[in-house]
Design a protein around this ligand. Sequence first.
Ligand code: SAH
Length: 355
Amino acid sequence: MENMRRQLLGMTIEEMKLFAAELGEKPFRGGQIFTWLHRGVTDFEEMTNLSKALREKLTAGLEAGDFSIGGCRVADVQEDRKDGTRKFLFEMETSDFVEGVFMKYGYGNSLCVSSQVGCRMGCRFCASALGGFVRNLSAGEMLGQVLAAENYVRDEGTDEDPSINHIVVMGMGEPFDNYDNLACFLRLLHDEKGRNMSYRNMTVSTSGIVPVIERFGEDFPQVNLAISLHRLTDEGRSRIMPVNRKYPLDMLLEAAERYTDKTRRRITFEYALISGENDSDEDVNLMIKRLGGMLCHVNLIPLNKVDETGFSGSGRRRAAEIAARLDRAGIPATVRRELGGEIDGACGQLRLKKK
Ligand code: SAH
């Protein structure tokens, strides 16, 4: 099978050293290849600190199909010229497609990364749920999105700084349904011989897979955690997020409390405001009652319309009112800045247009 071939991008530095040893080279050569790859260089000829013989060996091995690079390429891009947001369609080596969004902030550039092709969570308002689940992405395929996006922006040749120094795992898929590959991806990003990205610059968003929240807090106490909450009654939440039937609110909020007790890190609760569904005064009172006193921050997202779902968003005015009420009650809340509004790059709208 095509995707069973050994992929270089997902290898840890130790695995890369073994790989170099297999080629009859000193292990440190593996470290050099690792560094080049993580800078986005995939043409072995450009790896100038390797011997000519090794470069040729690598190129020949790639051509013979002994291994592959394992990332992805940009198949399509849409750009919002007003704010510099770019939505990418990435094609994996297996011809699967996922999307990612490059966003510019005051502190640098961030990429919203996909963790799966499709998704099995089935949230009723989300475009990624529409096509069902296809497969997990490997760590190398997640890293490949960062490299491909950065290379793309660099090759555009504008005076923008293309460096991606933040990532949010909020693209297609449920990262906690693909935990091992996610963990490997985060460690690769952090590796000082690779991109050396601080764990504090990474955020992972989950729909609420409770046992994994615990594990994540132990494994990555410095990575930011976001939980997609969206409703505070079990009946209502189960209706729009089937995951709630397995991990209901009490369980989820207890896990969130344990997480903040242990890590002392503030959790972000995402709350997509859906008109007439979860944006009444009563809903706001419930938020205040259940989230008051927690080490948290509420990120209100006016729902982005996905035509097939029949839901529509609450409007920025209502969102601002709700944020003000939460703030007054002592719960820090913000309304998410809308980036990429012109290009359907806004969250929840990531979907496969190509099949
Ligand atoms: N599966 C993970 C991460 C991907 S979704 C999760 O559920 O958290 C990233 C965020 O976008 C989640 O909060 C999700 O609920 C939200 N989202 C999905 N569809 C949306 C839509 N149409 N409008 C606004 N937010 C949406």
